[in-house]
Each structure stands twice: as C-alpha cells, then as structure tokens.
Design a protein around this ligand. Structure first.
Ligand SMILES: *[C@@H]1O[C@H](CO)[C@@H](O)[C@H](O)[C@H]1NC(C)=O
Ligand SMILES: *[C@@H]1O[C@H](CO)[C@@H](O)[C@H](O)[C@H]1NC(C)=O
Ligand SMILES: *[C@@H]1O[C@H](CO)[C@@H](O)[C@H](O)[C@H]1NC(C)=O
Ligand SMILES: *[C@@H]1O[C@H](CO)[C@@H](O)[C@H](O)[C@H]1NC(C)=O
Ligand SMILES: *[C@@H]1O[C@H](CO)[C@@H](O)[C@H](O)[C@H]1NC(C)=O
Ligand SMILES: *[C@@H]1O[C@H](CO)[C@@H](O)[C@H](O)[C@H]1NC(C)=O
Ligand SMILES: *[C@@H]1O[C@H](CO)[C@@H](O)[C@H](O)[C@H]1NC(C)=O
Ligand SMILES: *[C@@H]1O[C@H](CO)[C@@H](O)[C@H](O)[C@H]1NC(C)=O
Ligand SMILES: *[C@@H]1O[C@H](CO)[C@@H](O)[C@H](O)[C@H]1NC(C)=O
Ligand SMILES: [Cu+2]
Length: 475
C-alpha cells in the first residue's frame, strides 16, 4: 500500500504493459494490478491511497484510516486455469477454494487429497486477519475487491457502516449493514467501535450472485485490549442468500455523488452504444461476447498499430453498436449460441460524449444470468441509471440521473438488468473496457475504445517488441 498526495505523481496506463495503474486524479482509494494473462489473480496487486493536498480536509471525520483487500483463492494455478479455459472440451475454473480478507482465509483441512501438514490450525498462516480498533473511535475502512470471480457481501457483526467514498469519489453518505462489492471496486466506509468492548466481533465476506459452496471468509474485528486471536463468542453471520438480487440493486442505486462534490455530467450524448452481454460457444469453446463479438487481444499493441499504421494488426471493422432489440429474448438461452471473435475497436471522436448501456441476458444455462463488474481504463464515467429487463431506448433515458450521478471506474450490471454509463472521450489513447472477472475477460468479455490517437506523443522505445514490432527499431 502506498500513500500519495494529489498532484504528487501522475500515473499512466499502457494497455500493452503488464502493470496497469489507474489514472489518479482525485484523492481517494484505488487499486493497482497486473493485466497480463491472469497475473492479477496470482497475486500481483495492491491498493493506493491518494491523500488530500496539505491544508484540505475530507468532508467527513474519522480517527483512524485502514485498508483491506478482499480476494478469492484457487488451489489451481492461473496457468492450469488458462489451459482449461482455452481447451476443447472447455474446463471452467469453478468456484474458489477460499475467500481471503487481507490475504487470509480458511479451508477445510479434512478435504480428501489435502496434505495435512500444509493445512492445519496450528500453522500461524491460518490465523484470520485481525483489525484492531479502540473502543469509541471511528475508523475509515477502505475496502477494495480484487476477486478473480466472486461478487461479495462484506459485513461486520453488530456494526453498521456509512458509505462515504466509491472508486475515488465522495458518496452522499448512506448506512448499510451489508456492503456488496464487486471485483475492481473500492469503497470507504466509516465504522464506529460503539459496541460492547469486552469481546471481539466477526467480519465476514460471503459470495453472492453465484450459487457457491465456498466457505465464507472471516476476519476478527478486535476491540482493544482483547486478544486479537480471541474468537468472538458468536456464530458468524451466514450472510444474505446468494440469489437475493434486490438489495444489491438497491445499493447500486443508492450510490450518488456527495452534495458539494458533484461533477455535473454532460446533459446529452453524441453516441449511444448498447452492449448485449451474452455467453456463447465458439468452435467448441465457451466464450462471452458483446453484441455477438467476443474479444481477442491482438499480438501487436493497439497504440503501436495505430501510430505506425499497421493496418493488418487488428480487425478493421468495429464491433456493432447494438443488437437485434426487437427479437432477441434476454430471458432465454439464445436459439443460436454461436458468435464470432474480434480484435476490432470502437473509435470515438475526441472529446465527444459517449453513452454505454450494458445489457445483461440469460447465459447458456436456463434461468441463469450473472453479475458482471465492468471496468473502464483511462476515464471515470457517470453512472446514469440501472434497470430491470431490456433497456428501452425511448423511455429509459428519461429517468437517467443527470443531477448527481456518482462517477466510478467499475460498475456492476445485475442479472437480467441494464446499467447506463456516460463518459467523455477526452483522454487520448487506447483503453480497455472489460468485465473485471478474470476468466470472463479472458473468455472475450471486453471491448476497446480509441480516441484522439493523433494527440498521443511519440511512443517510448521500451514498449516495442510485441507482435509486428518484434525486432522493430524506430527510424
Ligand atoms: C470438512 O471436510 C470433511 C471431509 O470432506 C467433512 O466430513 C467435514 O464435514 C468438513 N468440515 C466442515 C467444517 O465443513
Ligand atoms: C501443522 O503445520 C505446521 C506448519 O506447516 C507443521 O510444522 C506441523 O507439522 C503441522 N502439524 C501437523 C499435526 O500436521
Ligand atoms: C444499524 O442501522 C439500522 C437501520 O438504520 C438500525 O436499525 C440499527 O439499530 C443500527 N445498528 C447499530 C448497531 O447501530
Ligand atoms: C462444492 O460444489 C462443487 C460443485 O459446485 C462440488 O464439486 C464440491 O464437492 C462441493 N463441495 C462441498 C464441500 O460440498
Ligand atoms: C455454429 O458454428 C458451427 C461452427 O463452429 C457450425 O458448425 C454450426 O452449424 C453453427 N450452428 C448454427 C446453429 O448456426
Ligand atoms: C499514419 O497515417 C497517418 C494518416 O494517414 C499519417 O498522418 C501518419 O504520418 C502515418 N504514420 C506513420 C508512422 O506512417
Ligand atoms: C450471433 O450470431 C449468430 C450467427 O452466427 C446468430 O444466429 C445470433 O442470433 C447472433 N446473436 C446475437 C445476439 O446477435
Ligand atoms: C472538450 O469539450 C469541452 C466541453 O465542450 C470544452 O470545454 C473543451 O474545451 C474541449 N476540449 C478540447 C481539447 O477540445
Ligand atoms: C428461476 O429461478 C428462480 C430463482 O432461482 C426461481 O424462483 C424460479 O422458479 C426459476 N424459474 C424456472 C422457470 O425455473
Ligand atoms: Cu463477467
């Protein structure tokens, strides 16, 4: 974890490089992580705090500042997972073996095939993470999720949390008992240690949105001076039912920009792209697609291809701006689950305003629609609205929140629902927009936006070397 001050450092993001930093503009909580293959899931990640400039203060107060990262953990290596995802027959990664809170989790050591010496309760690595608090003090807890697959519910027994920040933007405060958090998101919550101080409390993280039997992740909310390893006297909360989508939608809708910190969105847009999210079968391999185009990463980085006019480096035709609205039934398994793979990109005129409507649908399993956390590189977007069912291009924009929408960089699209976003194409370059579920992006669930490529300066030599630039030297 590193602490930065605004304006102290400028991060840039080369989509082609293995480490990708968000563009840090605002004080707040951010995540960094690898983006090459599935390296993120293998552990290359962390969180970043951007502090306020000297002399400025936050619009809320707290005594102490803490950060935790939630992840899920697989016993199979990412190499094994990638091999399964690319093979015929397709082998799904499955549910994780554990949920980790700040790198610590649980696993049933009696599971057949597990080496007992590696996994037992006396192993110090098996003690749960303890967050120590002083009675009556208020804590700002910065929670980030970098799960490979799982959507999570996070809660601390007997304590409410006031949500004050999301993805680096101040939120109009609201109180929750359950915080739903999707991969790629960050939240700051305020928690006051105002309960019986003679004991500890469970903090737990449970998988929601998937019917998983992974054991809940546990940590100890430790009231000083109780021993941090003293188990709370209670049974940990079981958490909400995995399939109860309503409270998750309610939380999404509740997240609004804080009064006094509103960045008003452009009131109109220049382009609307509706992105139908479907699960497909392409030549025997399970894939995800946007408007029937399943994304493949080309060998030559787009920035180089575009700057050097390598016209055959990627598919020149852009993916479609929509789907067959009249006839496609989002509630059923598609009649034809075929789709095509594509390396094509969406090119936006520089400084125009673009609306994205994420449209969810049924997967290839009957009566099933999943949650996808979509993450945009290089921009923050305004979240204009969420809805159930099929987005109606005529009616639904009338209910967009154009007054105080939150700005974020990661947002869920809920099962059988839609999510509407708006962004300004004002950051010259090539930017990925993808589902933050590691295996889904690998299976094609992403698109690429380009804007203002002509404004990108000369490329550093260090990024040459891939694809068509193998052995390439700039003249
Ligand atoms: C652990 O796994 C064993 C063997 O599969 C099973 O009998 C036992 O009930 C499990 N324990 C828990 C706490 O899940
Ligand atoms: C428990 O784990 C520790 C650390 O890995 C190991 O040294 C010890 O032998 C294990 N105990 C048992 C009973 O397997
Ligand atoms: C948490 O918030 C709920 C709803 O506002 C309230 O009923 C409850 O008393 C609060 N619990 C605590 C421990 O403050
Ligand atoms: C959990 O579910 C998977 C299938 O989803 C199954 O293979 C596994 O045996 C289950 N584990 C337990 C402990 O029930
Ligand atoms: C789907 O694509 C395969 C080729 O991968 C083809 O053989 C099959 O006929 C297609 N199915 C339909 C329903 O179009
Ligand atoms: C690529 O094409 C553009 C537009 O035709 C041109 O301005 C530019 O000089 C070309 N760049 C290279 C490196 O050839
Ligand atoms: C995808 O393409 C197939 C043909 O390959 C077509 O039958 C199907 O309707 C398309 N699906 C969507 C969502 O456009
Ligand atoms: C981008 O658009 C905004 C709003 O219309 C305008 O204020 C700004 O000058 C434009 N910037 C550029 C570089 O064209
Ligand atoms: C679909 O799933 C929901 C919730 O899991 C259930 O209530 C409903 O009965 C199911 N419908 C069908 C047709 O299976
Ligand atoms: Cu996804």
């Amino acid at each position: 974890m590193s602490v930065l001050r605004r304006n102290q450092m400028n991060f840039s993001c080369w989509f082609s490089s293995s480490l990708c930093f968000f563009l840090v503009l605002q004080p707040g909580t951010y995540l960094y992580h690898a983006h090459y293959g599935m390296q993120r899931e293998a552990g290359l990640y962390g969180s970043i705090r951007v502090s306020l400039p000297e002399g400025e203060s936050e619009p809320f107060s707290y005594d102490y500042d803490r950060s935790i990262i939630l992840t899920d953990w697989y016993h199979a290596s990412t190499y094994e997972q990638v091999a399964g995802l690319s093979s015929i027959p397709f082998v799904w990664v499955g549910e994780p073996q554990s949920i980790l809170i700040q790198g610590k989790g649980r696993f049933n050591c009696s599971t057949p095939g597990i080496q007992a010496s590696l996994c037992n309760a006396t192993n110090p690595e098996c003690t749960p993470y303890a967050l120590t608090v002083i009675p009556r003090k208020t804590y700002r807890l910065r929670i980030g999720s970098l799960t490979a697959l799982s959507a999570l519910n996070f809660e601390i027994e007997g304590h409410n949390m006031t949500v004050v920040e999301a993805d680096g933007h101040y939120v109009e405060p609201f109180v929750v008992k359950n915080l739903f958090i999707y991969s790629g998101e960050t939240y700051s919550v305020l928690i006051t240690a105002d309960q019986d101080p003679s004991r500890n409390y469970w903090a737990s993280a449970k998988i929601v949105s998937r019917n998983s039997n992974t054991t809940n992740g546990l940590a100890i909310f430790n009231y000083y001076p109780n021993h941090p390893r003293r188990n709370p006297p209670t049974v940990p909360a079981p958490g909400p039912h995995w399939n109860d989508n309503e409270p998750r939608l309610t939380q999404s809708i509740a997240i609004k920009s804080r009064q006094g910190y509103i960045h008003p969105p452009p009131q109109t847009s220049d382009r609307v792209i509706v992105m139908l999210n479907t699960q497909n079968n392409i030549n025997g391999v399970r894939r995800w697609s946007i408007n029937n185009a399943s994304y493949n990463l080309p060998h030559t980085p787009y920035l180089i291809a575009l700057k050097y006019n390598f016209t055959d480096a990627f598919d020149p035709s852009p993916p479609p701006d929509g789907y067959d609205f009249a006839n496609y039934d989002i509630y059923s398994v598609a009649k034809n689950v075929n789709a095509t793979t594509s390396t094509g990109i969406y090119r936006n005129k520089f400084n125009t305003t673009v609306d994205i409507i994420l449209q969810n649908a049924n997967t290839m399993n009957p009566n099933n629609s999943e949650t996808h956390p979509w993450h945009l590189h290089g921009h923050d977007f305004w979240v204009l609205g969420y809805g159930k069912g099929k987005f109606d291009k005529t009616k639904d924009p009338k209910n967009f929140n154009l007054v105080n929408p939150i700005m974020k960089n990661t947002v869920p699209v809920h099962p059988y629902g839609w999510t509407a976003l708006r962004f300004r194409a004002d950051n010259p370059g090539v930017w990925a927009f993808h589902c933050h579920i590691e295996s889904h992006f690998f299976m094609g669930m992403g698109v690429i936006f380009e804007e203002g490529i002509e404004k990108v300066g000369p490329l550093p030599k260090s990024i040459m070397g891939c694809g068509d630039t193998k052995g390439f030297h700039r003249p």
